[in-house]
Design a binder for this molecule. Structure first.
Ligand code: HEC
Ligand code: HEC
Length: 245
């Protein structure tokens, strides 16, 4: 009921502003339209419940993003999400999209500074953080030097480069998009097999996608209108992220 009231007040505001400023071509955001786009296209990977386990969820590596993971998802800006759907994530990370009010940062490549054994031990380190166990001191030092600036000393994705918009603890909107992985967040970390993590750290997010052929979110701008994209992101945020208990 609260949602309907809110929605009706938006409609009233929208029609009012259209009446007042007929020239301003405001994008229309329509929750019902967003829901129908989600149930036609997005559910197949992201799942009807936003759990990232739609019928095609095993078809991509990494697995589809888990929208019903509000601690992680609330760190993404709405504009980043809209751009990812319109242009695809690779184009956003390569900054091939129109200038935006967020800082797109791809996970960097470490092949010039870390050997394969160090990369493998870093993957064990991530798992140890998730399991709440103490970690190898040498790897802890590498992590502090190379990774903590984005991932945070405790691997919570809240390093000093990230927390400009709103300080941790969560939820906060990260200044960099997508927000760095939070190693303490199981729903997020379960999306990656070790092989993917290895190549990600070695080649970076752009390299792992372009050179190694791993997946990422594709563009839907050729299928969906701007209104449909805004609406489906609005649906995702309302349904899975903002209003979740
Ligand atoms: C073929 C499977 C597939 C479909 C269909 C799909 N997605 Fe995705 N989506 C993914 C994958 C995989 C990721 C994770 C990308 C990554 O980690 O690089 C993702 C990530 C995202 C993200 C978060 C970006 C990030 O940095 O994690 C958003 C937002 C998103 N998708 C929205 C949508 C919307 C909206 C639709 C429907 C219009 C949709 N997706 C359809 C596979 C899909
Ligand atoms: C400049 C910031 C930055 C630094 C430094 C950095 N990362 Fe990342 N990392 C990111 C971002 C941003 C993501 C989110 C990637 C995504 O979802 O596309 C990420 C994601 C990850 C992931 C999750 C997989 C994924 O695709 O989301 C792992 C694992 C990871 N980083 C490991 C590391 C390790 C190990 C180091 C140090 C050797 C490191 N990162 C250093 C920014 C950084």
């Amino acid at each position: 009921m609260a949602r309907i009231t809110w929605w009706m007040s938006c409609l009233i505001t929208l029609s009012f502003s259209l009446l007042t400023f007929p020239a301003a071509a405001a994008e229309k955001v329509d929750l019902a339209l967003g829901e129908s786009v989600f149930k036609e296209i997005c559910f197949s990977c992201h799942g009807l419940k936003g759990d990232g386990k739609g019928p095609n969820w095993t078809g991509t590596i990494p697995r589809p993003q888990v929208f019903a993971n509000p601690d992680y998802m609330s760190r993404m800006t709405e504009q980043y999400m809209v751009d990812v759907v319109k242009y695809g994530k690779l184009a956003v990370l390569k900054k091939e999209t129109p200038p935006a009010d967020y800082e797109a940062v791809a996970m960097p490549s470490f092949e010039d500074v870390l050997d394969d054994d160090q990369i493998k031990r870093l993957i064990e380190f991530e798992k140890a953080i998730l399991a709440g166990k103490p970690t190898d001191p040498e790897i802890r030092e590498i992590f502090n030097d190379a990774c903590a600036v984005c991932h945070g000393k405790e691997g919570r994705g809240d390093g000093e480069r990230v927390t400009k918009v709103m300080p941790a603890p969560k939820p906060f909107v990260s200044a960099i998009q997508p927000p760095p992985a939070d190693y303490t967040n199981q729903a997020f970390m379960e999306r990656f097999p070790d092989d993917y993590r290895f190549w990600l750290i070695k080649k970076g997010k752009i390299g792992v996608t372009e050179e190694k052929g791993f997946d990422t979110m594709l563009s839907y701008g050729h299928i969906l209108s701007d209104d449909e994209i805004r609406s489906v992101i609005h649906y995702v945020r309302e349904t899975f992220i903002l209003n979740r208990k």
